[in-house]
Design a protein around this ligand. Structure first.
Ligand code: PFF
Length: 453
C-alpha cells in the first residue's frame, strides 16, 4: 500500500497552520540575514525594494505553492504525480524541493547550533563582566572549536527530529503554538528596549528614509533572492505544509497572513538590531558578524543586559527551530507518503543523514577553513550558494511556470474563488505569476551565473 492511501492527518486549525508556516518563514533569515543585508545596502531604499519583491514575487509564488499542496494532498514530489501523472517531468519540482530542504537543514543546523551555545553562555553568566574585545573574541573561540560546534549542531538536529517525530498536529503544530507567540513577545520586549535607547530614532530613520542613490543593481538582486529564502519558497516546505490543510481554506488569505507575519518580524528584528547598533555608534553595514559579535557587546552595556542577551539568543534559537522542522518535514513526508516508511524511521534516518552531511559545514569554520575546493569556497559556503542562490530560485521559478502556464486556469479559479471580485484578484495574481515572477527569478539566476558580468 502506498502511504498516500492512509488517511491524512490535518492541521487541528487554520490558525495552527498559519503559525507553523509563519514559523517556517521566520528564521535566521529574518533575525540574522535581513538586518545585515539591509545594513550593507544602506537601509530605507532597500527596504522598499524588498517589500515590493515580497508583494510582487514572493506572495504570488507562495499562493501557488499552497495551491499545489492543497490540491495534491501528498508530499512535494507526490503532489505532481497527482496533479499531472506518475512519472511526470514536473515531479522534478518536488525533487528540487527535497534536495534544497535537506541540504539547507544540514548547514542551517550549524549556525542554529551557535545560537544554542550563546543561550547557554548567556544563561550561565559567561558573558557577564567581560570586556567588549573579549566578547567579540568568544565568537571566534566558539566557531574555531570543532567539537563544540558539532556538539551543538547535533543537539539542534536532535531537537528538530524530536518535534517532527511527534507528527504534524502533535509535534509541529503544538510546538509552533508555543514557539511563535514566545518569539513575538521576546522580540517585542527587545524592540521596545531598543527604541527607547538613543539609537531608536536613528534606526527608524535608517530603515524608513529612502535614499535611492544608495541603491545598486546588486541590491535589487539580493532583495529578490532574499524574498525566496525568507518565505521558504522553492524548497517544498510550503507545498508539504499545505498538503495537511483542509479543502475549504482560503489560500489567498493564508498566504497574505504568512507573508505579513514574516515581514513584520523582519522589520522588527532589523529595527531592534539597528537601534542597539546606533546606540553604540556601530556601523549598521558591518556584515554577518552583527548578530553574534556586535550585538551581545551592545546588549550587555544596557541595564539588565545579560537578561536581554539571553532573551535575544533564545529568540534566535526558537526562530531557527521552527524553520528547521519544516525543512525536515519535506523529506520525511516524501518517505512516508511515497515509500510508506513509518514516521519515526524517516525522521530518525533523515536527521542522522542531515547531521552527517552538515559535519563538513561545521568544520568549514575551523579544521577545514582553508579547504576550498568549490571555486574557492568552503563546503559551508558552497552549500549555502547552491541552495540560496540556485535551488530555491529554481524551485520557485518552476512553481510559477507550472501554475501560471501549465495548470488550467479554470482550476485556479475554482480553487481560489469564483466570485466577480475574487476573479479580478485571481487575474492579477496570474499576471504576476506568469510574467513578473519568472522574469525576476530568471534575471537573478542569470546574474548568479555571471551572465551580466
Ligand atoms: N525562511 C527561513 C528563514 O528565513 O530563516 C529559511 C528557510 C526555511 C528556507 C525553510 C527554506 C525553507 F524551506
Amino acid at each position: 500500500m502506498n502511504g498516500s492511501n492512509r488517511p491524512r492527518v490535518l492541521w487541528a486549525s487554520r490558525f495552527g497552520f498559519v503559525l507553523a508556516a509563519a514559523g517556517s518563514a521566520i528564521g535566521l533569515g529574518n533575525i540574522w540575514k535581513f538586518p545585515y543585508i539591509t545594513g550593507q545596502h544602506g537601509g530605507g531604499a532597500f527596504v522598499l525594494v524588498y517589500l515590493a519583491c515580497i508583494a510582487l514575487v514572493g506572495v504570488p509564488i507562495l499562493m501557488a505553492e499552497l495551491l499545489i499542496g492543497r490540491q495534491g494532498r501528498r508530499d512535494a514530489v507526490g503532489c505532481f504525480a497527482v496533479l499531472e501523472r506518475p512519472g511526470s517531468p514536473w515531479m522534478i519540482v518536488g525533487w528540487v524541493g527535497v534536495a534544497a530542504s535537506f541540504i539547507l537543514l544540514s548547514f542551517y543546523a550549524v549556525v542554529a547550533g551557535w545560537s544554542f551555545d550563546y543561550v547557554v553562555m548567556a544563561a550561565s553568566g559567561a558573558l557577564r563582566g567581560r570586556s567588549p574585545v573579549e566578547i567579540e573574541g568568544l565568537f571566534g573561540v566558539l566557531v574555531s572549536s570543532p567539537g563544540r560546534v558539532i556538539f551543538w549542531q547535533g543537539v539542534f538536529v536532535v531537537a528538530t527530529v524530536a518535534i517532527v517525530l511527534g507528527g504534524v498536529r502533535d509535534g509541529i503544530e503544538r510546538c509552533s503554538r508555543i514557539l511563535m507567540p514566545a518569539l513575538f513577545i521576546l522580540l517585542l520586549v527587545l524592540f521596545g528596549r531598543g527604541l527607547m535607547s538613543s539609537g531608536g530614532v536613528p534606526a527608524l530613520r535608517f530603515m524608513f528614509q529612502a535614499d535611492f542613490s544608495a541603491l545598486t543593481p546588486q541590491a535589487l538582486l539580493d532583495a529578490v533572492g532574499h524574498a525566496f529564502f525568507t518565505l521558504s519558497l522553492g524548497a517544498g516546505t510550503m507545498i508539504t505544509y499545505a498538503s495537511y490543510l483542509d479543502p475549504e481554506a482560503d489560500l489567498g488569505g493564508l498566504a497574505l497572513r504568512i507573508a505579513l507575519l514574516d515581514t513584520l518580524m523582519a522589520l522588527l528584528a532589523a529595527l531592534t538590531i539597528f537601534s542597539v547598533a546606533f546606540t553604540a555608534g556601530i556601523e549598521p553595514g558591518s556584515g554577518p558578524g552583527l548578530v553574534f559579535q556586535t550585538l551581545p557587546i551592545l546588549l550587555l552595556e544596557l541595564p539588565f543586559g545579560s537578561v536581554l542577551a539571553l532573551l535575544f539568543f533564545l529568540l534566535l534559537a526558537f526562530a531557527a527551530l521552527s524553520s528547521s522542522i519544516s525543512m525536515l518535514e519535506v523529506t520525511v513526508a516524501y518517505l512516508v507518503d511515497e515509500k510508506s516508511w513509518p514516521r519515526w524511521r524517516a525522521a530518525g534516518l533523515v536527521g542522522i543523514a542531515a547531521f552527517l552531511v552538515g559535519v563538513p559545514s561545521a568544520l568549514s569554520f575551523n579544521l577545514w577553513q582553508d579547504f576550498k575546493p568549490f571555486f574557492g569556497r568552503t563546503f559551508f559556503e558552497a552549500c549555502d550558494l547552491l541552495v540560496s542562490s540556485y535551488l530555491l530560485p529554481l524551485g520557485g521559478l518552476l512553481v510559477a511556470i507550472y501554475i501560471g502556464w501549465v495548470w488550467p486556469r479554470r482550476h485556479s479559479l475554482a480553487e481560489l474563488g469564483a466570485g466577480r471580485q475574487q476573479q479580478r484578484w485571481v487575474h492579477s495574481w496570474q499576471l504576476l505569476l506568469r510574467y513578473v515572477a519568472p522574469a525576476a527569478v530568471i534575471i537573478v539566476l542569470l546574474n548568479q551565473m555571471g551572465v551580466f558580468r
